[in-house]
Structures are given as C-alpha cells and as structure tokens.
Design a protein around this ligand. Structure first.
Ligand code: NAX
Length: 505
C-alpha cells in the first residue's frame, strides 16, 4: 500500500529535503526518472522527436533537465518556453547537451511533429485559470509530477488541462492525483520517492494498486488451503432478488461462482429461485428455516469448519419497499460478515452493530445512507469531500464503507482510509455493482482470507483490506473486459475467472 499525503504535507517535507540536499540535486533526480520513463514510452527507439512544454517554476526546471538527458542520448529534444521566466542552470544544461530552445509561438508546430510531449508547465504550484497549450490528438503526453491544469490539492482540473498517458510524480502521492478529475488526467501513475522522509507525517489515506492487492491476499493464504473442502473454503449466503428485479440476483450469484466461492446458498422469492436454477445451477436454495438454523449454528461456529454460512451478501435486486423481512433482520443482527449493497442499503439499520459489515454505496446511495442516519448533505458536498462523508457513514453504521466511483474510497469507523483508482470508465454500467458484491462476498466467505475461525469476529482492518482487494479485482476485470470490447455485467462475469487466477485463486 502506498501512502497518500496532502500538498501541505509534501511541501513541508520538500522544504526540509531541499535544505538538506539542495534543490538542484532533487531536480536532477526527478528529471532522470522522467527521462527513463520517456525512453520506456518510446520503446527504447533512438532519434525520436521529444518536445518539452516548459513552465516558469521548478516543474519547468525538472523538464529542462529531463530534455537535456534525452538530448545526450541522441534524441531531438526541444524545449518550448511558455514563460519569460525559466530555470537558468537547467536551460544552460539543455543548450550544452545540444537541445533546441523555442518559445510559445512555436508550440503548435513543435507539438504536431512530436513523438512524445513532456508536460513540465505546472506541477505542485499550479493555481487554477492558466492559459494552457493544446497537444494534438494522438501525441502521447508524459506529465512531470502533476498534469498541468490539475490542482494537486483538490483534484479539480481546468477544462484545458493536459491529459497524460503517464504521470511520474515526485516525493509522494498527492491527494489531488487520486481524487476528482485526478485519475482521469494522470494516466498510468508512478511514484519516485526521491528518498524523502515522511516519517513525521500521517498519511491521509493509502493507495491499493494491483500489486498491493496481490500482496494483501498472499499474506493470508496458507499451503493448507489446498486441502480444504467446499464448506471450509467458504459458504456465501446470498439474499437478493425480487419479482421486480430478478436479474441482479443472478448477476451476483454468477459473479460469486466465477470468483470461485466454495458454495453458494441463495435466499430469494420462488420465481427468482426458478431463474437461478437455470442461470446459476451450482447455487443451492436456502429457505427461511435454513437461515434460522445457520444463524443458530453460527453461535458456535461463525466461520470455517462447522459453519453453515460463513458470510452474507445482501441487497442486489431486493424489493426496496418497506422494512427488512424478519429473516433479513435476523441476519443483520448476527455476527457473521456481510456485504450490503443496492436495496440492502435502504434497510440496513444505522447505529451500533455487532455484525462485521461492508456497505458499498455509490454517491447517491451514500447521501441516502447519511440521510437515514440523520445527516443531510448535498451531492456537491460529497463530490468535494468524499473521504469525509464516507467516514461519517462508516461511523453512523459502524461499518466499513466503500464509496464507489472513478476513485473508490474505503473507510472504516476509526478513519483509516484505503483508495482504489485501478478501474475503467466502462465499468459505469448497470449490474457492475452486483458483480462487485459477488466478488467481495466470495472473499468475505473465505476464512483463510478473513483470518478467523470458530467464533472470533473479523476485524475492521481485515474487512477494509479485503474490500480494497475486491475493488482492485473488479477494476482489473473492467480493464480486461474493456480492452477489445464494450462492457456489460455479463461480460465482466465472463472475464472474472481469468482475473481471479491472476490473483492466485
Ligand atoms: N515536491 C518535490 O519534492 C519536488 C518538486 N520538484 C518540482 O517542483 C515543482 C513545484 O515547483 P514550484 O513550486 O516552482 O511550482 P510549479 O513549477 O508548479 O509552478 C509555479 C510557477 O507557476 C506559476 N503559476 C502557477 N499557476 C499559474 C497560473 N494559473 N497562471 C500563471 N502562472 C501560474 C507561479 O507563479 C510560479 O511561477 C513540483 O511540481 C516538481 O515538479 C522537483 O524539482 C523535485 C522535488
């Protein structure tokens, strides 16, 4: 997991590092990382036309040093100075290295012939409202530290901001790269820490990327898992579906099955159960009486050996009218882990709860959850401070809450926050959330991953981590599915087994 800091925290550490090591050395290290990234983007091919758009501050200085490196390696490196001010020692270095130096008037012509544009106009010091040059469609942009036009503190971007295919950021991940417009503009994001010492700063959040998700999952696996039978592997109880929404239950069920759940038990109206027999024949129906028995047994065995159900997935396609049925009410007051989504969010009780639970709202559902807990917020409030309002929901429901969107915020009541940006815009399609519920339900049903046996409760920390892993897997499924086709939930489910295998399932 990679820590995320505010711009103010980065500035504090940067100041200390500059006084310790000098700004020129830091700039050259930053520049070296970017010239390496440029070579990689150009597949190591020689003699390429590389144009740097250079701003007035240190970001521009970084860009000039990167161009000088590339000129020395034999590329045609051109700096377009967009301001009268530029970093003199770096400009001199570029001249000596044989680079070309031009001014703003030449920008359109230079950029149109470029194989790669390096965006070194503005970084951390950007104030909204600058006039920014345009880069011709199809020319890849490599951003230094922060894409120009993006506010690294808030994640808000100007319309003229420069979308990058890759951003190499320095020192630490800044909040604004991961929130609001940030993930849409950065492209592939990589961090060069420059060995900055952040030990005196508490991160605002932690980014979970595919590598971190893989590590988290591996930490909890044991070689003994290979010998488990289906009940030990995990039994997911799915409470979903209604005459009005029969499809969502099938999508969650098929996602759980394709995610590799040990056994799926389905509690749903008869008509929906009949569809289930056709679309997910592996699922075993679960009646009211059996739910009561499973809950009674769970007083002795919550998970693993001896448990009839090891986790619950509640909500996809449930009839949203009115109160929870008696049986759902009993599950909500049990101590077994649950993921609660969609219509389940309209009936989950607010207030203290013994059940280790994950709520998975999108922004509109988060507003509804907060309203049910007596907190009124606007859509704008949530857009501006997603982490804060997700935390309020986590506190109000004593649950881990995953706010879904281009940036996924996962917050536990104590405030620890994980962020997942590994996603695809094509995931914004009906039924995609039902697939996530199936994946997360499967992870929660696996006692190896939850790390508990007998009657111990799953910790919020573990719930938080598994939720982030499910969000990463879901994002990866979206990316793989979107590679060569449009995306619908059924397509996601088709791709899921391959992606689960990549994560060691
Ligand atoms: N954070 C770090 O640890 C490091 C930072 N370095 C670089 O330093 C950068 C920060 O440098 P600076 O503080 O000089 O900031 P920037 O280089 O981002 O920009 C500051 C300059 O841009 C001008 N400016 C900002 N918004 C404007 C607008 N809307 N219209 C017109 N002019 C505008 C300012 O007046 C100032 O001259 C980082 O982004 C990074 O690239 C690196 O050199 C190495 C290490």
């Amino acid at each position: 997991m990679i820590p995320v800091f505010s711009v103010a925290q980065v500035r504090t550490v940067e100041k200390a590092e500059i006084s310790r090591r000098g700004s020129e050395e830091l700039m050259k290290q930053a520049a070296a990382a970017v010239s390496d990234a440029a070579v990689q983007l150009l597949h190591g091919e020689p003699g390429k036309n590389i144009v740097g758009l250079i701003g007035p501050g240190n970001n521009g200085g970084d860009g000039l040093y990167a161009l000088a490196n590339l000129a020395r390696q034999g590329h045609n490196a051109t700096a377009v100075l967009l301001s009268e001010k530029s970093h003199a020692p770096a400009l001199e270095e570029l001249r000596t290295a044989g680079g070309t130096i031009t001014t703003a008037a030449d920008a359109p012509q230079a950029a149109s012939g470029a194989d790669l544009v390096i965006d070194a106009i503005y970084g951390l010091g950007y104030r909204p409202g600058a006039k920014l040059p345009t880069v011709p469609r199809g020319v890849p942009v490599l951003a230094m530290d922060v894409p120009s036009g993006l506010d690294a503190a808030t994640g808000a971007a100007d319309d003229a901001a420069l979308p990058a295919v890759r951003t190499v950021t320095f020192g630490a991940l800044k909040e604004g790269l991961l929130t609001g417009d940030g993930p849409l503009l950065t492209g592939e994001l990589s961090l060069v820490t420059l060995d900055f010492d952040f030990s005196a700063q508490s991160p605002m959040a932690w980014l979970v990327d595919p590598e971190a998700a893989g590590q988290l999952l591996d930490e909890h696996r044991s070689w003994r898992d290979a010998a488990r039978h289906k009940y030990q592997r995990g039994v997911l109880g799915l409470i979903a579906g209604s005459d009005r929404y029969p499809g969502a239950a099938q999508l969650t069920a098929r996602a759980a099955l394709n995610a590799g759940v040990g056994l799926l038990r389905s509690h749903m109206p008869d008509k929906v159960q009949a569809y289930m027999a056709a679309s997910a024949p592996e699922a075993v129906p679960l009646g009211d009486q059996e739910v009561a028995e499973a809950l009674s047994q769970s007083r002795r065995h919550l998970h693993g050996r001896g448990a009839k159900i090891s986790a619950w997935a509640i909500g996809p396609g449930l009839d949203p009218s009115g109160q929870p049925s008696e049986v759902i009410g009993k599950v909500f007051s049990s101590r077994q882990p649950a993921v609660i989504d969609a219509s389940g969010l309209e009936i989950v009780p607010a207030g203290p709860s013994e059940q280790p639970r994950v709520l998975t709202p999108h922004a509109k559902e988060l507003r509804m959850l907060l309203r049910r807990a007596g907190i009124t917020v606007t859509a704008q409030d949530i857009a501006e401070e997603p982490q804060k309002w997700t935390r309020w929901a986590a506190l109000s429901y004593n649950a881990v809450v995953l706010l879904k969107g281009p940036t996924n915020y996962i917050v536990e009541p104590g405030g620890k926050t994980l962020v997942v940006c590994h996603t695809s815009p094509k995931l914004a399609t009906a039924g995609s959330g039902d697939v996530l519920t199936g994946i997360l339900g499967t992870l929660l049903s696996d006692s190896s991953l939850t790390g508990v046996q007998g009657t111990a409760l799953v910790s919020n920390q573990r719930l938080l981590e598994l939720t982030a892993c499910a969000a990463v897997i879901h994002g990866e499924v979206g990316r793989v599915a979107a590679e060569d086709s449009t995306v619908c939930a059924t397509r996601l489910i088709e791709v899921l087994p391959r992606v689960m295998a990549r994560f060691g399932f």
